[in-house]
Ligand binder design. Structure first.
Ligand code: DPX
Ligand code: MG
Length: 560
C-alpha cells in the first residue's frame, strides 16, 4: 500500500538518493513520517531551511541530485535562495514543501505562516520562476503524475523542481510507483540533427589551424566529462578550463593548459588562449565575473559553442542534440589539430616549489595555501566559498581524482558551509576541505553543528581577514568591516556535551602545521582552523579582477 509520501520516497530512492535533508514544521510532519518509513532513504536534519537547501545543493554536486523537505512559507521562502542557486548552477534539487490542508483552499479561513490574506499561492508562484517544474499536490489521485512530472523535468533539465504537498494528503493512499524509467528516461538526440551538427562542426575545425577548447561548468551537468576528454584527445589541442568548471577536466591530463579567466588566468593559459585561432566553448557560462568585467568574452565567427542540448556557431544552430553524443560524434570525425598544445608546452611556466615560511613568522595567505596544497589527495574535494577563496582555490593543483566545487554563477555567501556538509553526507569516503572567509561563515556557521552531529571529519579553513575583502577590492567602505568572532571557540559550543569537533586558531605557519595534523587525526567530527591574516593580504588575482569588476559596475547609464 502506498501513500503520497511513501510514493515520493520511492521515487527519491529510484533517483539514486540515499538521503534527504529536512527541517520539521507542522505542515510537513506527516510527510516526514511517510518518508521515514522508506528504509533506503535517511532523513538528515538542518538548522534552518536556507542551510537545508544549500546542503541539498552540495549533496547534488556529490551524487547528481538531491531533495530538501521544508515547511510552508516560513520554511519554503528561506529555502528559495538555495533553489535559485541550484537553478543557476544546473543542479537537480527537489524542493518539497508541506502545505496547508486542502480543505482550506478557497475558504474564508486564514492560515498561519501565511500573509494573513486568503491567497497563499505565492510560494508556488515564486517557485515557478526558480525551478523547471512546480506542482501543488492536493489530491492523492493526481499525486503520482504530478510528482513524476516534477522529478522527471528536474533530472532532464538539471534544474531544481518544486513539489508542495497538502498536509492532509501526505498520508492519503495512492497508486504504486511504476518502473523508474518514468522519471529517469533521458531524451536522446535527434539523429538527423546530431549528424548535421557533427558534420558542420567538423567542417568548422577543418578550416582552423590553432583551435583551443574551453570547458565550462555545464559540462558536468550534461554528464559529458568523459566525452570532452575523448574530443580533446582526438583534436590533440590545448584545453583551458573556466574557473566555475575547475576539476571538470583532469588537471593532470597532458593537454590541460590551466584555468582561463581573462586577466586573472593561470600563468600561460591566457597567452595560449589569445594565440589560438578558434575556440570550442563546451558548457560555458559567461557573465560579468567570469569575463572579468566583460574584458574576456569569446565571441565572433571563430567561436563554436556546445551546450547541453544545443550547438551553435557561424550562423548555424542545432537543437535536440545531447552534448555527450555531440562530443563523442565529433571526436570520431575531428581532424588532428595539436598546435595550441605544442605551443603551450613551450610557453608553460614550470611551477616553482614554494619554500615554507618560518614557523614563527606571522601567517600569510601564501603560507596557508602552501600547506593546504599538501593535503589534497586523489579522494579530496575542495569546496571554495565566494570571496578570496575563489582565487586561492583556483591556484591549487589538483591530483587526478581530486574534485573542486564552487558556486560561481549564484555566488551567495554562506553557501559553502552547508554545501560542504551536504557534500560530505553524499560522499562519505572523500576528504572534504572547505575554504571559507570570515564574512561568509557568519551567514550559515551553525551548520557546522550538523557536521558535529553526524561525526563528519570536514576540514574547515576559515580565513579570518577581518572583513569582506573581495568587496574591499571592488569598492571599500565601512560596510566591509565585520564584527570579529571567536571562530575557533564556536566549535566547543556546537560540541555541547557529546560532540567531537575541534576548533583551532593559527596565527603563524608553525601553529597552522600543528592544527592541520590535529585535523587529519580527527575522524569523529569537523575541525575548524581559524587562519588569522591581515585585512589586505589577498591574492594578486583578486586585486586585478576587483578593479575590472568595479569598472564594469560603474558604467554610467546610457544616454536616452
Ligand atoms: C560579499 C562578499 O570574509 O571573504 O575573502 O574576505 O572576501 P573575503 P569573506 O567571506 O567575505 C565575503 C564578502 C559580502 N558579497 O567579501 S563576497 C556580497 C554578498 C553575496 N551574497 C550574499 N550577500 C552578499 N555575494 C548572500
Ligand atoms: Mg573576509
Amino acid at each position: 500500500m502506498y501513500t503520497v509520501g511513501s510514493y515520493l520516497a520511492a521515487r527519491l530512492s529510484q533517483m539514486g538518493l540515499k538521503h534527504h535533508f529536512a527541517v520539521a514544521g507542522d505542515f510537513n510532519l506527516v510527510l516526514l513520517d511517510q518518508l521515514l518509513k522508506n528504509k533506503e532513504l535517511e532523513q538528515v536534519y538542518s538548522c534552518n531551511e536556507l542551510n537545508c537547501g544549500y546542503s541539498a545543493e552540495g549533496y547534488a554536486r556529490a551524487r547528481g541530485a538531491a531533495a530538501a523537505v521544508v515547511t510552508f512559507s516560513v520554511g519554503g521562502l528561506s529555502a528559495i535562495n538555495a533553489i535559485g542557486g541550484a537553478y543557476a548552477e544546473n543542479l537537480p534539487v527537489i524542493l518539497v514543501s508541506g502545505a496547508p490542508n486542502s480543505n482550506d483552499r478557497a475558504t474564508e479561513h486564514l492560515i498561519h505562516h501565511t500573509l494573513a490574506t486568503h491567497d497563499w499561492s505565492y510560494q508556488l508562484e515564486i517557485a515557478k520562476k526558480l525551478t523547471c517544474a512546480a506542482v501543488s499536490v492536493a489530491s492523492a489521485v493526481d499525486a503520482p503524475h504530478q510528482i513524476d512530472y516534477a522529478i522527471r523535468m528536474a533530472l532532464r533539465e538539471k534544474k531544481p523542481a518544486y513539489i508542495e504537498i497538502a498536509c492532509n494528503v501526505a498520508a492519503a493512499e495512492c497508486a504504486a510507483p511504476g518502473p523508474a524509467n518514468a522519471i529517469l528516461g533521458e531524451e536522446s538526440s535527434d539523429q538527423e540533427s546530431l549528424a548535421a551538427a557533427v558534420a558542420a562542426a567538423t567542417e568548422f575545425l577543418q578550416d582552423k589551424q590553432k583551435p583551443i577548447i574551453l570547458i565550462g561548468s555545464k559540462l558536468r551537468s550534461a554528464g559529458a566529462e568523459k566525452q570532452a576528454i575523448e574530443l580533446a584527445e582526438a583534436l590533440g589541442c590545448a584545453v583551458t578550463v573556466m574557473a566555475a568548471a575547475k576539476s571538470f577536466f583532469p588537471e593532470q591530463h597532458p593537454q590541460f593548459a590551466g584555468i582561463y579567466w581573462g586577466e586573472v588566468s593561470a600563468p600561460g593559459a591566457r597567452e595560449i588562449f589569445d594565440w589560438s585561432d578558434s575556440v570550442m566553448c563546451i558548457g560555458t557560462i559567461f557573465n560579468d565575473y567570469s569575463t572579468v568585467g566583460w574584458t574576456a568574452m569569446p565571441s565572433g565567427p571563430n567561436v563554436l559553442t556546445a551546450d547541453q542540448h544545443r550547438a551553435y556557431f557561424q550562423g548555424r544552430d542545432f537543437g535536440r542534440i545531447h552534448l555527450r553524443e555531440f562530443l563523442s560524434g565529433l571526436a570520431k570525425k575531428a581532424p588532428k589539430r595539436p598546435a595550441t598544445m605544442v605551443e603551450y608546452q613551450r610557453i608553460r611556466p614550470r611551477p616553482q616549489p614554494q619554500p615554507p615560511a618560518k614557523a614563527e613568522a606571522k601567517l600569510t595567505r601564501a603560507e596557508i595555501f602552501r600547506q593546504v596544497q599538501d593535503l589534497i589527495t586523489a579522494d579530496t574535494t575542495v569546496i571554495a566559498e565566494t570571496g578570496d577563496s575563489w582565487f586561492n582555490g583556483m591556484a591549487l593543483n589538483l591530483p587526478s581524482g581530486a574534485r573542486f566545487e564552487i558556486e560561481m554563477q549564484w555566488g551567495s555567501i554562506g553557501w559553502a558551509t552547508p554545501a560542504a556538509f551536504g557534500y560530505a553526507v553524499g560522499a562519505s569516503s572523500r576528504r572534504v576541505i572547505l575554504l571559507t572567509g570570515d564574512g561568509s561563515f557568519q551567514l550559515t556557521a551553525q551548520e557546522v553543528a550538523q557536521m558535529v552531529r553526524r561525526k563528519l571529519p570536514v576540514m574547515i579553513f576559515l580565513i579570518n581577514n577581518h572583513g569582506y575583502t573581495i568587496e574591499v577590492e571592488i569598492h571599500d567602505g565601512p560596510y566591509n568591516n565585520i564584527k570579529n568572532w571567536d571562530y575557533a571557540g564556536l566549535i566547543q559550543a556546537f560540541n555541547a556535551e557529546d560532540g567531537k569537533g575541534r576548533g583551532l586558531r593559527a596565527a603563524n605557519g608553525g601553529e597552522l602545521k600543528k592544527a592541520i595534523e590535529a585535523a587529519v587525526a580527527n575522524h569523529d567530527g569537523p575541525t575548524l582552523i581559524e587562519c588569522v591574516i591581515d585585512r589586505d593580504d589577498c591574492s594578486a588575482e583578486l586585486i586585478s579582477w576587483g578593479r575590472q569588476v568595479a569598472v564594469a559596475n560603474a558604467r554610467p547609464p546610457r544616454p536616452q
